[in-house]
Design a protein around this ligand. Sequence first.
Ligand SMILES: Nc1nc2c(c(=O)[nH]1)N[C@H]1C(S)=C(S)[C@@H](COP(=O)(O)OP(=O)(O)OC[C@H]3O[C@@H](n4cnc5c(=O)[nH]c(N)nc54)[C@H](O)[C@@H]3O)O[C@H]1N2
Ligand SMILES: Nc1nc2c(c(=O)[nH]1)N[C@H]1C(S)=C(S)[C@@H](COP(=O)(O)OP(=O)(O)OC[C@H]3O[C@@H](n4cnc5c(=O)[nH]c(N)nc54)[C@H](O)[C@@H]3O)O[C@H]1N2
Ligand code: SF4
Ligand SMILES: [Mo]
Length: 733
Amino acid sequence: MRTAHRTCPLCEAVCGLTITLDDGGRVTGVRGDDADPFSKGFICPKGASLGRLDEDPDRLSAPLVRRDGAWHEVSWPEAFAAVERGLGAVPGPSRAVYLGNPSAHTMAGTLYGTALIRSLGTRQVYSASTADQMPKHVSAGLMFGDPLAIPVPDLDRTDFLLMLGANPLESNGSLCTAPDFPGRLKALRARGGRLVVVDPRRTRTAALADEHVFARPGTDAHLLMGMVHTLFAEKLTDVRVPVTGLEELEEAAAGFTPEACAAVCGVPAERISGLARELAAAPTAAVYGRIGTCTVEFGTLAQWLVDVLNVLTGNLDRPGGAMFPCPATEGPRRRSPYTTGRWHSRVRGLPEANGELPVATLADEIETPGEGQIRALVTVAGNPVLSAPGGARLDGALARLDFMVSVDPYLNETTRHAHVILPPPRVLQSGHYDFALLGFAVRDYTRYSPPVLPTAEDRPSESQILARLAMIASGQGAEADPGLLDELILDQTLRKAVETPGSPVEGRDPAELRALLTGTTGAELRLDAMLRLGPYGAWGGRLPYDGASGGDGLSLATLREHPHGLDLGPLRPRLGEVLRTASGAVELAPETITADVARLREALGREASPFVLIGRRHLRSNNSWMHNVAPLVGGSNRCTLQIHPDDAERLGLDGRAVVRSAAGELTVPVETTDTIMRGVVSLPHGWGHAGTTQAVAAEHAGVSANVLTDASVVDPLSGNAVFNGVPVTLTPA
Ligand SMILES: Nc1nc2c(c(=O)[nH]1)N[C@H]1C(S)=C(S)[C@@H](COP(=O)(O)OP(=O)(O)OC[C@H]3O[C@@H](n4cnc5c(=O)[nH]c(N)nc54)[C@H](O)[C@@H]3O)O[C@H]1N2
Ligand SMILES: Nc1nc2c(c(=O)[nH]1)N[C@H]1C(S)=C(S)[C@@H](COP(=O)(O)OP(=O)(O)OC[C@H]3O[C@@H](n4cnc5c(=O)[nH]c(N)nc54)[C@H](O)[C@@H]3O)O[C@H]1N2
Ligand code: SF4
Ligand SMILES: [Mo]
């Protein structure tokens, strides 16, 4: 028996886990790590099942190659050689890459994703971000000058939290890294704070709140604009940070009276103005909008208005408000002003955002002939057949590719179209550091988890797999040493640091610094460099890593000495460090955004469709890929269509219903519940398991909500998919 401590990699809550293993390396128990200063012992059912998930016999243990319709296990050198042949036959511009959600969690995805993208030599870059949070990046980029400068609610200190389109009691939080989110919300209420949840469903989070406001799907931007209108009309604004565009903002809000907005949102006008007044009157407050406000037709407008309200009520960048975390691996911030649309997609002319094109147009780019048509695809940690809008069509499109390689532990709905599948080692065989998620944490915190179990000698880590793919794509061949890529990147990082005026290592020799780095893998060496150069770093970081003792600065060695993680303190105001706009102020009325307000205004007079579809999440599920673990499927975690009992009765629905949208049709079991608004139906995504070797998932197949979602509709500013507010019709099956 032995015990190991490790961060849970399964969702954004980054809980510390204490794992017990037997002599054979099998997991005998998983519990929350009480000594973790951030998660303090919290764990959810997914984390508790990590052993089962990791030991799933259906996970691939060797690379697979598909020949004449049959799968063959091959050696790693054979697999990489097959990739070299396949990718090599397709010129750069006809290659595409799709990075899925877990690549924001793995060290491999965050450290090697960029190198892979660059070496492919293509603008056909796609990720789950355009099915998720791209509107947030665009709005943050335009307002603050940096697409990663996304403020988070100061959950532990705020007096008033207005939460829209999030259900952290199921999701455990997103773009707001907060282990034990439920406990933190209860604490907010216990200290006399107020929680208001806006959601078309009375979720478990809404049930815990002081107030739940039902609002029609896709109308948050109207609701928030009605609040902005109230703040101006009643002279309640209290701007405390440098801004531009205040007058233009007031002009943009003209006509969005609470009464006009109420008609669209289905929220009474007095509640819209009341929320604005409460937000202005609260000692501190934060507005937080998540997936339900992003994956809608006005996604970017809604994200903009969330932060506009934080600014107008004096809550941006102050304790208890919406704040910018300071993660331990924060690098030099971008210099050039943020823009989108530097290039456009070939078929639909959709603008690039953050260097990516919308996943909603991936099928178009594969199916439409012409120069630049996608002929080869690399997927990493993604299952777009189930997760992308119009996934059913993508299923057909992937089958037409000349070559596809997938880095994924499973043969599933997407990877079955690959010619080569490269499985990463198990979670417990991989080191873990949350480069991405700790940038959105409600306390500054850091923790590194070294691998718990060794890998077989000849088996590459996921970092090495991605490094090799990058080297193959850039023409260095299947046998190139991935360590060379690490040295190249380390050299670039250190060189940049010593050349930066005012940097604590300015003028030092990069080779001397390189020699000081420790780490047993390229990924660890790179982590060490980032920690040392970071804001709390051993190489002259400006912040103490331990408020009490001062400390001598972070490095990988420090993190190894603290296996439960280190608390770096509550969030501090730091707008000045974060802002990267041309004006040097928060831009309240970026032209790109205010131009889109015309669309919002037009929608004021629009007739609502009788039924719209939204999604939902369940605590024991996670997108498409945890349905193969018996303890996590079944029970109430089912793929059903939720509908209000009055609607079901009126339509004569019981048993099964046929749901039709502009994109497709599904037959689904109906579940009546008065927790959902009339006129709204809800179906979870990530189901519809088919044609794979996942035995348990096949028994709980369900249907894919993304047969119904319409890839032809996107949020125009970010290209983000629209999953919520999809017009549907319903008939008895
Ligand atoms: N258990 C579990 N946890 C997860 C995941 C999972 O699949 N399962 N997925 C992870 C991922 S990838 C993400 S991005 C996060 C997402 O984390 P959250 O944003 O918290 O996601 P949801 O739980 O789907 O909550 C979204 C809520 O928005 C509501 N909603 C739908 N449409 C609208 C609308 O138009 N307006 C408003 N105001 N509300 C609306 C839905 O009813 C739902 O309750 O969760 C992560 N965590
Ligand atoms: N209708 C509807 N659709 C949605 C959403 C919605 O709310 N409604 N939500 C959207 C959101 S927020 C997201 S983030 C996307 C997610 O979209 P995707 O990222 O495309 O889908 P996932 O289901 O998360 O698939 C993850 C894949 O990664 C693999 N995987 C798991 N762990 C690892 C690992 O360590 N390494 C590697 N290489 N692979 C791994 C899994 O086997 C699986 O194939 O779905 C989106 N789709
Ligand atoms: S809440 Fe998220 S990070 Fe925490 S144990 Fe559950 S799945 Fe893991
Ligand atoms: Mo997501």
